[in-house]
Write a new protein. Structure first.
Lengths: 284, 72
């Protein structure tokens, strides 16, 4: 699993999508795969299988889960900005988690084959603290730093007050306006809430890194597939060609499902949904 | 929730970067010792709001109340 990367990528995505998607929708999307399942993952007998496999809650880490969630939100709220934000955020989480050894069932239910690039070991079996120490002793650390750099280099504008005023609020005027009026929070307070995930990402990255070095004293092994002291937990014993074949089939079936689903349901829901005025003016 | 002009731009200047750094160092220190109690998805994102908005206002309010008491 990825740790602070899931916080940083929110700002990167928002900067590149702009007013078309709600920031809070993106946040809900990036957090949705682990939102209701993470606590149970650490308590399960087979943490990797439960977290990412089937049977288990691995379906939350599939592209299909994002489609279902976004469709439900679009059907209930009619907000295109929230639906789009959730879809892109959830897909970003799925693709980010491809990097650890457990991988993700990207095209579930059409393929239950986990896709992974094995960059670091999925270490939930060690419990929350052991998991953090292992992650920040592996290339997971580099992954978080990569996403932090992506935000600072390509999306630092997204953290500015002017961006919050001109893009974040207009993209989601209902929720930010509600917080402003009902809780009587001035813009300064809303800005602190908006920047909170960036703060949290940096804070947890540094704190857990220090914990790994000074308290848990785990060896820093910045090598592919590390750290070596964590037992290997690959969910699949299939060969590379088998994985490619099943995943490709899953991708084709998923694409076909999306096309049919869009024609039958999606485009109607989208058409009866509403766009914020700011996004509409961008289109025009 | 209602529509309408969403957020009135605040006349207050943006909080200085140094205060973010101070809050971050405090958060990291608290996180190192308290771990999951602080390094979680509720406390973490809300920490700057609590440390840089709620806390200063609470302190200001307390100081104001103490000044009124001493004046009486």
């Amino acid at each position: 699993m990825s740790w602070a990367a899931h916080e940083f990528e929110n700002y990167f995505i928002q900067k590149h999508i702009g007013v078309k998607a709600s920031f809070l929708g993106i946040v809900l999307g990036t957090q949705s795969p682990d939102l209701f399942t993470k606590l149970f993952v650490y308590q399960s007998d087979d943490t990797a299988l439960f977290h990412r496999g089937w049977p288990g809650v691995g379906f939350t880490h599939s592209l299909m889960f994002g489609v279902v969630l976004a469709t439900l939100v679009l059907a209930v709220t009619r907000s295109q900005g929230w639906a789009l934000g959730i879809l892109i955020g959830q897909w970003a989480h799925v693709l980010t988690d491809v990097a650890d050894s457990a991988g993700v069932m990207v095209f579930f239910p059409f393929s239950t084959e986990p896709v992974t690039i094995d960059m670091w070991e999925h270490a939930a079996v060690l419990g929350p603290h052991g998991d953090a120490a292992a992650y920040y002793s592996s290339l997971g650390l580099a992954w978080d730093l990569f996403w932090l750099a992506m935000v600072l280099i390509f999306a630092s504008q997204a953290l500015r007050r002017s961006y919050f005023r001109e893009v974040i609020v207009p993209a989601d005027p209902k929720v930010w306006g509600w917080l402003h009026r009902t809780l009587r929070l001035p813009e300064t307070a809303l800005l602190l809430i908006y920047r909170g995930l960036m703060f949290y990402g940096i804070g947890r990255l540094v704190a857990w890194f220090l914990y790994a070095r000074l308290d848990a004293k785990t060896p820093l092994q910045l090598e592919w597939g590390g750290p070596a002291y964590v037992t290997r937990n690959d969910l699949s014993d299939a060969g590379v060609l088998e994985v490619i074949g099943r995943t490709a089939l899953g991708a084709v079936l998923f694409a076909a499902f999306l096309w049919v689903g869009w024609r039958l349901i999606g485009r109607r829901l989208w058409a009866r949904g509403y766009d914020v005025p700011a996004a509409a003016s961008v289109k025009a | 929730m209602s529509d309408g002009p969403p957020v009135t731009p605040s006349p207050e200047p943006d909080i200085k970067l140094v205060w973010f750094v101070v809050a971050l160092l405090a958060y990291i220190a608290a996180g190192f010792f308290l771990k999951s109690a602080v390094l979680n998805w509720i406390v973490g994102p809300l920490f700057p709001f609590l440390a840089l908005f709620v806390l200063p206002r609470l302190l200001r309010w307390r100081r104001g109340a103490a000044e009124v008491e001493s004046a009486e």
